[in-house]
Design a protein around this ligand. Structure first.
Ligand code: PEP
Ligand code: MN
Length: 338
Protein backbone atom coordinates (compact mmCIF):
# COMPACT_ATOMS: atom_id res chain seq x y z
CA UNK A 1 0.00 0.00 0.00
CA UNK A 2 1.06 3.50 -0.69
CA UNK A 3 -0.03 6.78 0.84
CA UNK A 4 0.55 9.53 -1.70
CA UNK A 5 0.99 12.95 -0.10
CA UNK A 6 0.11 16.33 -1.54
CA UNK A 7 3.09 18.16 -3.01
CA UNK A 8 2.52 20.86 -0.40
CA UNK A 9 2.42 18.49 2.59
CA UNK A 10 4.55 19.73 5.48
CA UNK A 11 7.04 17.55 7.38
CA UNK A 12 4.62 17.59 10.32
CA UNK A 13 1.81 16.22 8.16
CA UNK A 14 4.11 13.47 6.91
CA UNK A 15 5.16 12.59 10.44
CA UNK A 16 1.54 12.43 11.53
CA UNK A 17 0.82 9.85 8.80
CA UNK A 18 3.90 7.85 9.75
CA UNK A 19 2.91 7.86 13.42
CA UNK A 20 -0.57 6.70 12.54
CA UNK A 21 0.83 3.83 10.44
CA UNK A 22 3.10 2.80 13.33
CA UNK A 23 0.18 2.94 15.71
CA UNK A 24 -1.74 0.55 13.47
CA UNK A 25 1.12 -1.93 13.78
CA UNK A 26 2.52 -1.56 10.26
CA UNK A 27 5.78 -0.04 9.16
CA UNK A 28 6.13 3.16 7.20
CA UNK A 29 8.82 3.97 4.66
CA UNK A 30 9.06 7.43 3.16
CA UNK A 31 9.78 7.25 -0.55
CA UNK A 32 11.16 10.53 -1.74
CA UNK A 33 11.10 11.01 -5.47
CA UNK A 34 11.41 14.33 -7.33
CA UNK A 35 8.00 13.67 -8.84
CA UNK A 36 6.06 12.95 -5.69
CA UNK A 37 6.24 12.09 -2.07
CA UNK A 38 4.73 8.86 -0.89
CA UNK A 39 4.80 6.65 2.18
CA UNK A 40 4.95 2.91 1.67
CA UNK A 41 3.12 0.71 4.17
CA UNK A 42 4.60 -2.72 4.73
CA UNK A 43 3.72 -5.49 7.09
CA UNK A 44 0.12 -4.85 6.12
CA UNK A 45 -1.85 -8.05 6.48
CA UNK A 46 -5.22 -6.84 5.32
CA UNK A 47 -6.46 -6.53 8.90
CA UNK A 48 -7.57 -3.23 10.44
CA UNK A 49 -8.58 -0.33 8.32
CA UNK A 50 -6.23 2.07 6.69
CA UNK A 51 -9.12 4.09 5.31
CA UNK A 52 -8.83 6.71 7.99
CA UNK A 53 -5.38 7.64 6.72
CA UNK A 54 -7.20 9.16 3.79
CA UNK A 55 -8.77 11.75 6.10
CA UNK A 56 -5.46 13.02 7.47
CA UNK A 57 -4.25 16.40 6.37
CA UNK A 58 -1.83 16.39 3.46
CA UNK A 59 -2.87 12.96 2.14
CA UNK A 60 -3.82 12.94 -1.53
CA UNK A 61 -4.72 9.30 -2.07
CA UNK A 62 -4.15 5.75 -0.97
CA UNK A 63 -3.08 3.26 -3.58
CA UNK A 64 -3.88 -0.33 -2.70
CA UNK A 65 -1.67 -2.90 -4.33
CA UNK A 66 -3.26 -5.97 -2.83
CA UNK A 67 -0.79 -8.82 -3.12
CA UNK A 68 1.27 -6.89 -5.62
CA UNK A 69 4.77 -5.58 -5.12
CA UNK A 70 4.73 -1.96 -4.01
CA UNK A 71 8.18 -0.85 -2.97
CA UNK A 72 9.75 -2.44 -6.05
CA UNK A 73 7.28 -0.79 -8.37
CA UNK A 74 7.95 2.03 -10.79
CA UNK A 75 4.56 3.40 -9.77
CA UNK A 76 5.97 3.97 -6.29
CA UNK A 77 9.29 5.43 -7.38
CA UNK A 78 9.72 6.74 -10.88
CA UNK A 79 13.44 7.43 -10.76
CA UNK A 80 15.89 4.57 -11.39
CA UNK A 81 17.47 3.30 -8.19
CA UNK A 82 21.23 3.50 -8.26
CA UNK A 83 23.01 1.25 -5.78
CA UNK A 84 26.38 2.59 -4.72
CA UNK A 85 28.93 -0.07 -3.89
CA UNK A 86 31.63 1.93 -2.22
CA UNK A 87 31.96 4.30 -5.17
CA UNK A 88 30.88 1.89 -7.94
CA UNK A 89 27.36 2.53 -9.14
CA UNK A 90 24.92 -0.11 -10.35
CA UNK A 91 21.86 1.34 -12.07
CA UNK A 92 21.44 4.41 -14.22
CA UNK A 93 23.63 4.81 -17.29
CA UNK A 94 26.74 2.91 -16.24
CA UNK A 95 27.47 -0.69 -17.20
CA UNK A 96 29.70 -2.31 -14.56
CA UNK A 97 31.03 -5.79 -15.26
CA UNK A 98 31.19 -7.96 -12.13
CA UNK A 99 33.61 -10.79 -12.85
CA UNK A 100 35.50 -13.65 -11.27
CA UNK A 101 35.35 -17.40 -10.83
CA UNK A 102 32.26 -19.41 -10.02
CA UNK A 103 33.95 -20.64 -6.82
CA UNK A 104 36.92 -19.52 -4.81
CA UNK A 105 39.09 -22.63 -5.04
CA UNK A 106 42.37 -21.51 -3.49
CA UNK A 107 44.23 -18.34 -2.60
CA UNK A 108 46.43 -18.62 -5.71
CA UNK A 109 43.48 -19.16 -8.03
CA UNK A 110 41.50 -16.23 -6.63
CA UNK A 111 44.50 -13.87 -6.69
CA UNK A 112 45.41 -14.85 -10.26
CA UNK A 113 41.86 -14.23 -11.51
CA UNK A 114 41.50 -11.01 -9.51
CA UNK A 115 44.63 -9.66 -11.16
CA UNK A 116 43.31 -10.52 -14.63
CA UNK A 117 39.91 -8.92 -14.15
CA UNK A 118 41.22 -5.87 -12.27
CA UNK A 119 43.54 -5.17 -15.19
CA UNK A 120 40.50 -5.02 -17.46
CA UNK A 121 38.86 -2.36 -15.31
CA UNK A 122 36.60 -4.64 -13.27
CA UNK A 123 35.88 -3.18 -9.83
CA UNK A 124 33.62 -5.84 -8.35
CA UNK A 125 34.96 -9.39 -7.98
CA UNK A 126 32.65 -12.39 -7.84
CA UNK A 127 33.49 -15.71 -6.23
CA UNK A 128 31.43 -18.22 -4.27
CA UNK A 129 32.63 -19.45 -0.89
CA UNK A 130 29.39 -21.25 -0.03
CA UNK A 131 28.20 -23.03 -3.17
CA UNK A 132 24.75 -24.43 -3.91
CA UNK A 133 25.56 -27.53 -5.97
CA UNK A 134 23.16 -29.89 -7.69
CA UNK A 135 25.10 -32.93 -6.53
CA UNK A 136 26.11 -33.45 -2.90
CA UNK A 137 29.33 -35.02 -4.21
CA UNK A 138 30.41 -31.89 -6.10
CA UNK A 139 32.77 -29.29 -4.64
CA UNK A 140 30.76 -27.35 -2.04
CA UNK A 141 33.01 -24.31 -1.74
CA UNK A 142 35.71 -23.40 0.78
CA UNK A 143 33.24 -21.81 3.19
CA UNK A 144 34.86 -19.58 5.82
CA UNK A 145 38.30 -20.09 4.29
CA UNK A 146 36.87 -18.80 1.00
CA UNK A 147 35.62 -15.65 2.73
CA UNK A 148 39.10 -15.06 4.15
CA UNK A 149 40.57 -15.30 0.66
CA UNK A 150 37.97 -12.86 -0.66
CA UNK A 151 38.97 -10.34 2.01
CA UNK A 152 42.56 -10.66 0.82
CA UNK A 153 41.45 -10.08 -2.77
CA UNK A 154 39.71 -6.88 -1.69
CA UNK A 155 42.80 -5.67 0.16
CA UNK A 156 45.27 -6.46 -2.55
CA UNK A 157 43.37 -5.28 -5.63
CA UNK A 158 40.96 -2.72 -4.17
CA UNK A 159 38.08 -4.80 -5.55
CA UNK A 160 34.63 -4.90 -4.02
CA UNK A 161 33.35 -8.41 -3.33
CA UNK A 162 30.13 -10.16 -4.30
CA UNK A 163 29.60 -13.62 -2.83
CA UNK A 164 26.62 -15.85 -2.18
CA UNK A 165 24.77 -16.47 1.07
CA UNK A 166 23.05 -19.84 0.94
CA UNK A 167 21.13 -19.98 4.18
CA UNK A 168 19.85 -18.06 7.18
CA UNK A 169 22.54 -19.60 9.41
CA UNK A 170 25.46 -18.11 7.48
CA UNK A 171 24.05 -14.97 5.86
CA UNK A 172 25.33 -12.64 8.61
CA UNK A 173 28.78 -14.18 8.38
CA UNK A 174 28.82 -13.78 4.60
CA UNK A 175 27.63 -10.18 4.92
CA UNK A 176 30.64 -9.34 7.10
CA UNK A 177 32.89 -10.01 4.11
CA UNK A 178 30.65 -9.23 1.14
CA UNK A 179 30.14 -5.77 -0.31
CA UNK A 180 27.17 -7.31 -2.11
CA UNK A 181 25.42 -10.40 -0.77
CA UNK A 182 24.23 -12.66 -3.58
CA UNK A 183 21.05 -14.70 -3.25
CA UNK A 184 21.10 -17.45 -5.84
CA UNK A 185 18.51 -18.67 -8.26
CA UNK A 186 17.65 -21.69 -6.12
CA UNK A 187 16.95 -19.46 -3.15
CA UNK A 188 14.86 -16.80 -4.86
CA UNK A 189 11.78 -18.10 -3.09
CA UNK A 190 13.45 -18.92 0.21
CA UNK A 191 11.35 -16.46 2.16
CA UNK A 192 13.17 -16.77 5.48
CA UNK A 193 16.43 -15.99 3.70
CA UNK A 194 14.83 -13.03 1.88
CA UNK A 195 13.53 -11.67 5.19
CA UNK A 196 17.01 -11.86 6.70
CA UNK A 197 18.44 -10.16 3.61
CA UNK A 198 15.95 -7.38 4.25
CA UNK A 199 17.59 -6.74 7.60
CA UNK A 200 21.15 -6.57 6.27
CA UNK A 201 23.11 -3.41 6.11
CA UNK A 202 24.60 -4.50 2.76
CA UNK A 203 23.35 -4.40 -0.84
CA UNK A 204 21.78 -7.63 -2.06
CA UNK A 205 21.94 -9.10 -5.56
CA UNK A 206 18.88 -11.26 -6.09
CA UNK A 207 19.03 -13.77 -8.94
CA UNK A 208 15.88 -14.77 -10.72
CA UNK A 209 14.65 -18.27 -9.98
CA UNK A 210 15.27 -20.49 -12.99
CA UNK A 211 11.57 -20.94 -13.55
CA UNK A 212 10.21 -17.87 -11.81
CA UNK A 213 7.88 -15.43 -13.52
CA UNK A 214 8.75 -11.73 -13.55
CA UNK A 215 5.97 -11.16 -11.01
CA UNK A 216 7.38 -13.77 -8.63
CA UNK A 217 10.84 -12.26 -9.09
CA UNK A 218 9.66 -8.75 -8.17
CA UNK A 219 7.68 -10.08 -5.22
CA UNK A 220 10.83 -11.80 -3.96
CA UNK A 221 12.63 -8.43 -4.22
CA UNK A 222 9.70 -6.90 -2.36
CA UNK A 223 10.47 -9.13 0.65
CA UNK A 224 13.94 -7.61 0.92
CA UNK A 225 12.68 -4.06 0.42
CA UNK A 226 9.85 -4.56 2.90
CA UNK A 227 12.41 -5.60 5.50
CA UNK A 228 13.95 -2.15 5.17
CA UNK A 229 16.86 -2.86 2.81
CA UNK A 230 16.45 -0.61 -0.21
CA UNK A 231 19.72 -1.62 -1.89
CA UNK A 232 18.49 -4.44 -4.10
CA UNK A 233 19.98 -5.34 -7.47
CA UNK A 234 18.18 -7.85 -9.68
CA UNK A 235 19.91 -10.37 -11.92
CA UNK A 236 18.45 -12.27 -14.88
CA UNK A 237 20.37 -15.55 -15.11
CA UNK A 238 18.44 -17.59 -17.64
CA UNK A 239 15.43 -19.84 -17.50
CA UNK A 240 15.39 -23.60 -17.50
CA UNK A 241 14.47 -25.00 -20.91
CA UNK A 242 13.51 -28.63 -20.65
CA UNK A 243 14.12 -30.62 -23.85
CA UNK A 244 16.58 -28.01 -25.01
CA UNK A 245 20.10 -29.23 -25.47
CA UNK A 246 21.47 -25.98 -24.07
CA UNK A 247 20.40 -25.81 -20.43
CA UNK A 248 19.13 -22.25 -20.01
CA UNK A 249 17.76 -19.35 -22.01
CA UNK A 250 18.66 -15.75 -21.17
CA UNK A 251 15.35 -13.94 -20.95
CA UNK A 252 16.39 -10.64 -22.52
CA UNK A 253 12.83 -9.56 -22.84
CA UNK A 254 12.39 -9.74 -19.06
CA UNK A 255 15.12 -7.10 -18.70
CA UNK A 256 13.11 -4.70 -20.82
CA UNK A 257 9.94 -5.56 -18.93
CA UNK A 258 11.51 -5.26 -15.48
CA UNK A 259 12.94 -1.83 -16.32
CA UNK A 260 9.41 -0.74 -17.13
CA UNK A 261 7.81 -2.27 -14.05
CA UNK A 262 10.48 -1.51 -11.48
CA UNK A 263 13.01 1.17 -10.56
CA UNK A 264 15.51 -1.43 -9.35
CA UNK A 265 18.71 -2.08 -11.31
CA UNK A 266 18.74 -5.29 -13.33
CA UNK A 267 21.94 -6.92 -14.55
CA UNK A 268 22.44 -10.03 -16.68
CA UNK A 269 24.40 -13.21 -16.03
CA UNK A 270 25.32 -14.60 -19.46
CA UNK A 271 27.44 -17.38 -17.90
CA UNK A 272 24.73 -19.29 -16.04
CA UNK A 273 22.27 -18.34 -18.77
CA UNK A 274 24.26 -20.23 -21.39
CA UNK A 275 26.42 -22.75 -19.54
CA UNK A 276 28.75 -22.65 -22.55
CA UNK A 277 31.50 -20.12 -23.00
CA UNK A 278 31.04 -19.57 -26.73
CA UNK A 279 27.68 -17.93 -26.02
CA UNK A 280 28.88 -15.64 -23.26
CA UNK A 281 30.23 -12.77 -25.39
CA UNK A 282 27.26 -12.57 -27.79
CA UNK A 283 24.80 -12.68 -24.89
CA UNK A 284 26.80 -10.01 -23.04
CA UNK A 285 26.58 -7.71 -26.07
CA UNK A 286 22.88 -8.40 -26.33
CA UNK A 287 22.35 -7.62 -22.63
CA UNK A 288 24.13 -4.29 -23.03
CA UNK A 289 22.05 -3.54 -26.11
CA UNK A 290 18.68 -4.20 -24.43
CA UNK A 291 19.55 -1.94 -21.53
CA UNK A 292 20.80 -4.20 -18.72
CA UNK A 293 22.55 -2.25 -15.96
CA UNK A 294 25.62 -4.48 -15.96
CA UNK A 295 26.90 -8.04 -16.15
CA UNK A 296 27.90 -10.86 -13.84
CA UNK A 297 30.46 -12.97 -15.72
CA UNK A 298 32.45 -16.05 -14.77
CA UNK A 299 36.16 -15.93 -15.55
CA UNK A 300 38.82 -18.54 -14.77
CA UNK A 301 42.57 -18.59 -15.29
CA UNK A 302 42.42 -22.34 -16.03
CA UNK A 303 38.80 -23.19 -16.94
CA UNK A 304 39.64 -26.81 -17.73
CA UNK A 305 40.69 -27.27 -14.08
CA UNK A 306 37.79 -25.35 -12.52
CA UNK A 307 36.02 -27.10 -9.64
CA UNK A 308 32.66 -25.68 -10.74
CA UNK A 309 31.19 -24.28 -13.96
CA UNK A 310 34.38 -24.62 -16.02
CA UNK A 311 32.61 -24.99 -19.40
CA UNK A 312 31.05 -21.54 -19.08
CA UNK A 313 34.07 -19.71 -17.63
CA UNK A 314 35.90 -17.32 -19.93
CA UNK A 315 39.67 -17.77 -20.07
CA UNK A 316 41.71 -14.54 -19.71
CA UNK A 317 42.12 -13.83 -23.44
CA UNK A 318 38.40 -14.21 -24.14
CA UNK A 319 37.50 -12.02 -21.19
CA UNK A 320 39.89 -9.32 -22.45
CA UNK A 321 38.33 -9.52 -25.88
CA UNK A 322 34.84 -9.26 -24.39
CA UNK A 323 35.78 -6.10 -22.50
CA UNK A 324 37.15 -4.56 -25.71
CA UNK A 325 33.90 -5.35 -27.53
CA UNK A 326 31.75 -4.02 -24.71
CA UNK A 327 33.72 -0.79 -24.56
CA UNK A 328 33.22 -0.26 -28.29
CA UNK A 329 29.54 -1.03 -28.13
CA UNK A 330 29.00 1.13 -25.04
CA UNK A 331 30.11 4.21 -26.98
CA UNK A 332 27.41 3.66 -29.57
CA UNK A 333 24.83 3.04 -26.84
CA UNK A 334 25.83 6.00 -24.69
CA UNK A 335 26.59 3.79 -21.73
CA UNK A 336 29.56 4.25 -19.47
CA UNK A 337 31.75 1.25 -18.81
CA UNK A 338 33.69 2.02 -15.62
C1 PEP B 1 26.51 -18.60 -9.25
O1 PEP B 1 26.41 -17.38 -9.46
O2 PEP B 1 27.60 -19.18 -9.16
C2 PEP B 1 25.28 -19.41 -9.19
C3 PEP B 1 25.24 -20.54 -8.49
O3 PEP B 1 24.29 -18.90 -9.92
P1 PEP B 1 22.72 -19.29 -9.98
O4 PEP B 1 22.20 -19.09 -8.60
O5 PEP B 1 22.20 -18.28 -10.96
O6 PEP B 1 22.63 -20.69 -10.50
MN1 MN C 1 28.65 -20.67 -11.27
Amino acid sequence: MLVVMDKAATPEMIQRVRDEIDRMGFSAQTLADPHRLAIGITGYNGGGSVDRLETLEGVREIIRFGDQYTLASRATKQEDTIVDIDGVEIGGETFPVLAGPCSVESRDQAMAIAEIVAEEGVRIFRGGAFKPRTSPYSFQGLGIKGLEILREVREQFNLRIITEAMDTETIDLVAETADIVQIGSRNMQNYSLLKKAGKLNKPVLLKRGMSATVNEFLLAAEYILAGGNSRVILCERGLRMVANRTGNMLDLSSIIEIKRLSHLPIIADPSHASEQRYKVAPLSRAALAVGAHGLLVEVHNEPEKALSDGPQALPPNEFKQLMVELRRLSVALNKELP
